[in-house]
Design a protein around this ligand. Structure first.
Ligand code: FES
Length: 148
């Protein structure tokens, strides 16, 4: 399966690359098999994610999914961002080859990790809200929450 035009676009021209110096939350996740690392910065005002940036040391699909994920949560409420699944990121990119599904999982996890950090900084235990951030390769029938 070839990459979609949207994947190629977000890989070649990633949106929201960089850091937020006064971020409300920063999350970093990695995949131990491929070694790719994704770091996500969010700025929260009230209940809204007003800004989101990322730095990804990883493959093209990881860059494209990070870019799309930041676009999808920017301007959204925390609740909406928490509901963002890797499937939604993949759909927004018109799909990914099966071997690249795990890259979209990293994007979902990076957002959750940033939100966890946001809650931790407020003195709130993030686990009941954000859940446990686990590494899943989303291989056939893994049964994790994102895979459903
Ligand atoms: Fe691991 Fe893409 S190959 S995130």
């Amino acid at each position: 399966m070839a990459y979609s035009e949207k994947v190629m676009d977000h890989f070649a021209n990633p949106r929201n690359v960089g850091e937020i110096p006064d971020a409300s939350g920063v999350g970093e996740v990695g995949n131990s098999k491929c070694g790719d690392i994704m770091r996500m910065y969010i700025k929260v005002e009230g209940n809204v994610i007003t800004d989101c940036k990322f730095k990804t040391f990883g493959c093209g699909a990881a860059i494209a999914t990070s870019s799309m994920a930041t676009e999808l949560i920017k301007g959204k409420t925390i609740d909406e961002a928490l509901k963002l699944t890797n499937k939604a990121v993949m759909e927004a990119l018109d799909g990914l080859p099966p071997v690249k599904v795990h890259c979209s999982v990293l994007a979902e996890q990076a957002i959750k990790a940033a939100l966890s950090d946001y809650y931790t900084r407020q003195g709130i235990d993030p686990t009941p809200i954000v859940g446990v951030i686990t590494e899943c390769d989303h291989e056939h029938g893994c049964g994790c929450e994102s895979c459903g």
